[in-house]
Design a protein around this ligand. Structure first.
Ligand SMILES: NC(=O)c1ccc[n+]([C@@H]2O[C@H](COP(=O)([O-])OP(=O)(O)OC[C@H]3O[C@@H](n4cnc5c(N)ncnc54)[C@H](O)[C@@H]3O)[C@@H](O)[C@H]2O)c1
Length: 443
């Protein structure tokens, strides 16, 4: 099937490359010429494990191409995916749908023959109706259907998530469109991935409900972590103790510096706004967003406390800047608030991240960026692990200790064992690790 993917960012590029790998012929469109030029030159505009290889192999087999010319791609496609950004709107936190509606207008102008317009961007409930209205208004003669197909992939594991999803949600009101969607995802159908066909509005809301629920789970364990610290309990054991209950599940129960990234913060805000507008406020999510905002600066206070109450004039080494490992995405990363608060407290910052430093430089100009973890620690008064990259899990701790001016380690991801760190002579603090020791062992 000929497919046009409008927007070639984290979602559009991965989805386009995976659909090409299923055997479809995909044109990934972007209005950022530099991005398209880079892709045509074989250079990935983002870091995502496995993406370079997947793109190269599908380009070689002529199933995947890149263009700024939306018209030609749309005119020859049976399915047109919208995968443009839906950031928070400045001022009120609603999803900014400017890019989605702009794409809808451009698509409308180019439609030729029956086409399914598939919204993959995360959009508030009812957006599909508006996309349909815009296209109908622009092209009253067009034969089309608008479908919602929210994307659940995680950056860092995006290809595996797209190819082996937990489920595929398709909100379609039109039988022909449903058949096109079945055809697009046929390889996954054969793998018995669960398909959920719903109404369009249901599919749109399902995406927000999923992200809000996950954000709530993270926030819940973070609050339990705070209580653990004050009561001598161990949050990792509590998480294991509740996570083994199948009704709860063990995922997203890692206490840490609060959620960030390109989705949870903006999607929780957008859901809050939508719910308020409909007179059905989701107060639990309102509270989650509030708690999470405060948590990041609270993490900076934790660092300051570990440094004896002040960081003025001190150098703090930060390992990990991206909002999670295996991505270069810095959008709404907790590191931004933590570093800003430490700088407000008078600290100088050394920083290292395996993939995120280019994006970080644009957001955090006056840090000292180093090329490896050990030079980052050199003469620093404390080390803070903010993102749990694998490369930080097996540091040469003697080398780290020798490099630091003081052996203070604040591990915001609990990747090290407190007892071992104490034995090695570090003043170690994790998250939610009360003073009584971990006793858990699963036989
Ligand atoms: N990043 C994720 O992990 C993730 C996961 C699931 C869902 N989503 C959702 O997917 C959507 C896209 O997210 P992303 O992270 O890929 O964003 P992104 O910013 O990385 O990519 C969006 C791309 O769309 C392009 N674009 C905007 N308007 C265009 C137009 N009219 N024509 C052509 N190109 C246009 C931009 O230049 C950009 O390259 C968002 O709604 C997001 O919430 C993201």
């Amino acid at each position: 099937m000929n497919i046009a993917m409008i927007g070639s960012g984290y979602v559009g590029l991965v989805s386009g490359a995976c659909l090409a790998d299923f055997g479809h012929t995909v044109v990934c469109i972007d209005n950022d010429e530099r991005k398209v030029d880079a892709l045509r030159a074989g250079k990935m505009p983002i870091f995502e494990p496995g993406l370079q290889h997947l793109v190269e192999s599908n380009v070689r087999q002529r199933r995947l191409s890149f263009s700024v010319d939306l018209k030609e791609a749309v005119a020859s496609s049976r399915a047109v995916f919208i995968a443009v950004g839906t950031p928070s709107r400045r001022g009120d936190g609603h999803a900014d749908l400017t890019y989605v509606y702009q794409a809808a207008r451009e698509i409308a102008a180019s439609l030729a023959g029956f086409a399914v317009i598939v919204t993959k961007s995360t959009v508030p409930v009812g957006t599909g109706d508006e996309v349909e209205r815009i296209i109908r208004e622009t092209r009253p003669d067009a034969d089309f259907a608008v479908v919602s197909n929210p994307e659940f992939l995680r950056e860092g594991a995006a290809i595996a998530d797209f190819k082996r999803p937990d489920r595929i949600v398709i909100g379609a009101e039109d039988k022909r469109a449903e058949a096109v969607m079945r055809e697009i995802y046929r390889p996954l159908y054969l793998n018995q991935a669960p398909f959920l066909f719903t109404g369009r509005r249901t599919a749109e809301l399902t995406k927000y409900a999923a992200n809000a629920f996950l954000a709530t789970k993270i926030t819940f364990i973070n609050e339990i972590a705070d209580l653990c610290e004050l009561t001598g309990a161990n949050v990792q054991d509590v998480a294991r103790g509740i996570g083994l209950d199948k009704r709860i599940g063990s995922k997203f129960l890692h206490a840490g510096p609060g959620y960030g990234g390109s989705c949870f913060p903006k999607d929780t805000q957008a859901l809050i706004k939508t719910a308020q507008d409909h007179g059905a406020p989701i107060r639990i999510v309102e509270e989650v967003a509030r708690i999470n905002d405060q948590r990041k600066r609270a993490m900076a206070r934790k660092v300051i406390a570990a440094c004896g109450g002040t960081v003025r004039g001190k150098t703090i080494a930060i390992l990990g800047l991206t909002f999670k490992p295996n991505t270069d995405d810095m959008r709404d990363s907790p590191a931004i608030s933590i570093i800003t608060a430490l700088k407000d407290g008078g600290a100088r910052i050394n920083a290292f991240d395996p993939e995120g430093m280019e994006q970080a430089r644009a957001l955090l100009a006056d840090l000292t960026y180093l090329s490896d973890p050990y030079s980052c620690c050199e003469k620093a008064d404390a080390l803070v692990i903010v993102t749990e990259w694998d490369a930080f899990r097996a540091l040469d701790l003697d080398r780290v200790k020798a490099a630091l001016a003081a052996p203070i380690l604040i591990d915001l991801r609990n990747i090290y064992d407190p007892e071992e760190m104490a034995r090695r002579g570090f003043a170690y603090s994790g998250v939610g690790l009360g003073t009584s020791q971990s006793k858990s062992a699963i036989a």
